[in-house]
Every structure is written in C-alpha cells, then in structure tokens.
Design a protein. Structure first.
Length: 563
C-alpha cells in the first residue's frame, strides 16, 4: 500500500457544518469568518482536512443542500473574498479544505431549472428529469426521501419533474452530456482555487434506470420504493470514471462519495484505485443497525454483535482492495455518545471509548463538529423548535395519520437531524459562545457543562483524547496499514480487535456497556503482558495479571518486534 502518495490515507477529516459552527457577526448564523477564527482550534486538535458542508448560494430549503449557484457563496456565510481568505489561512496551517459536491440535484431556483421548467423546447430542458403523468397521477409510484411523491407537476409544461429529496431539489439528468460537462467545469473552478477535494452528496443516486419503473409497494404504503432503480444505477461507474478522467485525475485530491445502499462489494468497485472513481465512500450500513424495518424513525436498540459483524465485514472486505471511511457522526446523524454510548453518568468515558473504537480501525476517520467534546442529542419540548425539513415533514405526515405525538417526539429525540445541528458549544457564555445574537436554532441546554473552553482546560477531556488518538495515527503506521481481526466475536458487550502489520500490532478493547467485563487470564497473557498500554480512557489504569474493564473502558495495547 502506498501511504506516501495517498496522503489522505493518513489524514483525519473534521466536518464543519458552517451554519452552526461559529457566528462572527452576531446574526445568529455561523459564517466563513467564524471558521477562519477557529482554525487554530482545529490545528490544536490535530486534524489535517476540513470538509465544509455546502456554503454556496442557496434558498436553504435543506440548509444549503439545495444549491442555487454553485459558484457563489451564500450571503449569510460571507463572500468569495472570505472564502479565498479561508483557503489561504487554511493553507498557512497545512489544512486542506474539501467542499461538498451536491450534483444529484440543484435548487429549483438554480438558473438551469428556471430555464428548464419554462418550456419543453428550452435548451436546458434536458438538464433535469421530466416525464408525463398517467391519468392525472405522477409518472411512477416513487416516494421522496423527505416524504410525499418524488414527482412534482410543473404548471407551464403540464408534466412532472423528479425530486428524490424535497420538491425544491429537482434531480439533474446525468444522461445529458452538456450537463455533465457543466458539472465538470464547476468542479475545476473550485479545484483550481486550490481546494483539497470533494465530499460527494448521494453520488450513487445519479444514474437512474431507463424507463423509471414503479417500485415495490406494500399494502397500506402510500408510495413505492424506487431505490433499486436509482441506487448504484446502471451507468454510475461510467459517470464516475468519466468525472475522474476529465477532472479528478488532474489533481491530487481526496474524494469521498456518500453512498447509501452500497455494499462492501460495491464499495470495492467504487474505491479500488484501478477503477479510478473515488478514494472512499460513506457506508450507511452501521448507521442503520438501530432502525427497524420501517426505516430510521422506527427505533430499535443496537445489538453490539450486529455492529461488530458489520464493521468487521467492511474492514476485511476492503483491506488491500479499496479504502474505508470511518465515521460515527455527521450533520444527518444523531450524536454518537447519546446513540451508542451513555450521555449521562458515563458521557466522558463512553465518548472516549467510541472514539477509540473507531480511530484504531483502518480507513480515514471523520470527526463531526462537537463530537470531539462529546456533544449530546437535544430534546426540544415543542416541534416548533425544530428546523430540519425531514423532521418536520415526517412529524406532520405522522400527525395526519393519527400517530401519537409523544411516540413521534421520541423518534425525533433519538434520530432527528437537528441533534447534530444545534450550535457548536464553545463556552459556558450565553448561547454557548456561538453567537452574540439569536441563534438560528436553539443551543443544546447542556452547553454550560459541555463546551470547548472546559475541555481545553483538562487533560482528561474528550478533546484531549481525540487529540491523542490523532497523534497515534500519525506516529504508528500499523493503524493505517495493519490488517484487522475481530476477537471475542460473540461477546455482547465487548468490542475487541487486533491490528497487525509486519512488525507491529495493536490490541483494542472497548467495553460498550455499564457492566464490568472480566477478561480471562489467557487473554491477558497472550495479548497484554508483552505490550505497552498506549491509550486509555480513565485517568489511570492498574494493570494486574488479570484485568477488568470498567464501564465503557477502552484500552489500546501496542507491541513492536523491535521493542
Ligand atoms: C445527503 C445530505 O447529507 C443531506 O443532508 C441532504 O439532505 C441530502 N443528501 C440531500 O442533499
């Protein structure tokens, strides 16, 4: 494996959700100057890449994932001059900036769509996906990810456009050569400025099955499931290879494709360097393990054995064949410490344990803002305090169907995207130090206890632990190159694995529960006696000849043939 030429294999990425990161001008909305002022904080953490969620001009139906102009900056965030300043300031600190590439869809206010919908013979007509209705009904039975039909009638032309997300996010037609070339031009515009790569939004949705067939529809369901006809569609590899050849291959950049519904086998096709597509993908499989058969809002407790099986499968399948991304959190997912950890008594220990478990695996780790201080989910009292359109659409749909208010709120508390989007908690000052104005979404009330200023003061903080894990990754090649072996596969509370390279190995032990775990003596002898403890999440560890893991305890042992 060439870790020298593939710089992103040793990198750690930090995701910034600009709206909620830091507000420099008191309007209640985070902005680019706010990010600039916090770059030194990110340097202190030790990350080397920053992924910015969309900062482009947008009407904000979906907080910037509905782009009106790919080549200008959202007013609320600043100007192109601010962006250039950010890029320069990042470069001075050896930080790369990667941008969100949202090209499955645009905003319905994008100039292309405004033209496309104006008449059937407009030159931009074919940039989007249009179809005739049938007997006054949409062209097929697909439902949108954000609720309702995936089709919207256009008055001017009396036909429908496809929108897999909100009706303000019409899907682009990747079959159109001119559209693809326009996307490539736009990508070059950003790359030529010197950005370090792209995170590609739902990029495995861009190729649709010709004919757009109806999806399977169960009785009682309002819509069919179109996903088999747009996830990993027939031309996806052609499109990605073309994008790579035309654009990406001319730059030394990091690319990560967000790919719901991609299996490890498909991930190999996407990330195997020989195929020249993307460096890595975001899988959703481990994020779906606490959902029932009715989707994300259908809550189901996590079974640790399922999580272990899943992550083991990804680690082993992609070893030497592709590359993994490693993540617990992003702007769409609830906070991991509330989800797979314990955000009460063991918040600090479990946040550190989860970090350890993930960061010692093979792949490129992603940290989502606030994860590094153990930020938790929020439970707002009323639905009006929520801002995310997915959450609001679901709530209103369920209420219309007569669902129980409290039950729906419980799902929102557990899975709603606003859990990740409350403002970054910088200090115990008003609004967590995020803004001097009124924040666009309320701050998590736990800010006086959980904030950056507190964490920076303590060597035992979650922040300090992340800092240390990042340092270890830079120091020990085994973390990047070692193979992966799961241990105690059937243990319901212990996540243990080994990483082995030619001369070095690691043993990672993570207790995912409140219970103590007694490790058997032979384990201690085989793995622990001859190695060095390099990471732990309690202030001190007493290594006797047999050890007990305390609640949410995480230990990492290192051994090297040369020591
Ligand atoms: C995935 C993004 O992560 C999410 O935030 C967004 O709503 C959808 N794609 C649509 O762009």
């Amino acid at each position: 494996m060439n870790i020298e030429t593939n710089w992103w294999k040793k990198s750690v990425v930090y995701q910034v959700y600009p709206r909620s990161f830091y507000d420099s001008n008191g309007d209640g909305i985070g902005d680019l100057q706010g990010i600039i002022s916090k770059l030194d904080y990110l340097v202190e953490l030790g990350v080397d890449v920053i992924w910015l969620s969309p900062i482009y001009d947008s009407p904000n139906d979906d907080n910037g994932y509905d782009i009106r102009d790919y080549q200008s900056i959202m007013d609320e965030f600043g100007s192109m001059a601010d962006f250039d300043e950010l890029l320069e300031a990042a470069k001075e600190r050896n930080l790369q900036i990667i941008m969100d590439l949202v090209v499955n869809h645009t905003s319905d206010e994008h100039a292309w769509f405004v033209e496309s919908k104006s008449s059937v013979d407009n030159p931009k007509r074919d940039f989007y996906i249009w179809a005739q209705g049938k007997n006054g009904q949409p062209p097929n039975n697909w439902g949108s990810v954000f609720g309702g039909s995936a089709w919207q009638l256009n008055d001017a032309t009396q036909d429908y456009y496809l929108h897999l997300f909100s009706k303000k996010q019409p899907d682009l037609n990747w079959e159109n050569d001119e559209l693809r070339q326009s996307v490539y031009d736009m990508m070059r515009f950003w790359l030529d400025k010197g950005i370090g790569g792209f995170r590609m939004d739902v990029i495995n949705f861009i190729s649709k099955e010709p004919g757009l067939p109806n999806g399977a529809q169960n009785e009682g369901q309002a819509y069919g499931d179109g996903s088999p006809y747009f996830i990993n569609g027939p031309k996806i590899h052609d499109f990605l290879q073309e994008m790579n050849q035309e654009v990406l291959s001319h730059y030394d950049v990091l690319t990560v494709g967000e790919m719901p519904g991609a299996s490890p086998k498909e991930a190999i096709d996407y990330t195997n360097p020989e195929n020249k597509e993307v460096n890595m993908i975001f899988t959703f499989e481990h994020m779906d393990l606490d959902s029932g058969s009715n989707g994300k809002w259908d809550l189901k407790p996590l079974n640790l054995i399922d999580l272990k099986d899943n992550l083991e499968k990804w680690q082993i399948s992609l070893q030497d064949k592709g590359w993994n991304s490693l993540y617990w959190n992003n702007h769409d997912q609830p906070r991991i410490v509330s989800r797979f950890g314990n955000d009460g008594e063991y918040r600090v220990e479990s946040a550190k344990m989860l970090a350890t478990c993930l960061h010692m695996m093979q792949g490129t780790p992603y940290i989502y803002q606030g994860e590094e201080i153990g930020m938790t989910n929020v439970a707002f009292e009323t639905i009006d305090q929520y801002k995310d359109l997915e959450t609001l659409n679901m709530y209103h749909e369920k209420m219309e169907q007569g669902a129980n208010h409290d039950t729906v709120m419980q799902s929102i508390y557990a899975k709603g995207r606003d859990n990740a989007r409350t403002p970054m908690q910088w200090s115990s000052e008003k609004n967590g130090g995020f803004t001097t104005g009124t924040p666009w979404i309320e701050v998590n009330p736990r800010y006086s206890e959980i904030n950056v200023a507190n964490d920076l003061q303590s060597e035992q903080s979650v922040f300090a632990h992340y800092q240390q894990l990042i340092k270890l990754r830079k120091q020990l090649d085994v973390i990047t190159i070692g193979d992966f072996k799961i241990l105690f596969k059937d243990h319901a509370q212990l996540f243990a694995y080994e990483r082995r390279a030619e001369k070095e190995s690691l043993l990672v032990l993570c207790n995912f529960s409140k219970d103590e775990i007694l490790l058997k003596e032979d384990v201690v002898k085989n793995y622990i006696c001859n190695s060095k403890l390099i990471s732990h999440n309690y202030p001190s560890v007493d290594l006797l000849d047999k050890i007990e893991l305390r609640p949410y305890e995480a230990l990492v042992f290192y051994s090297s043939a040369s020591e």
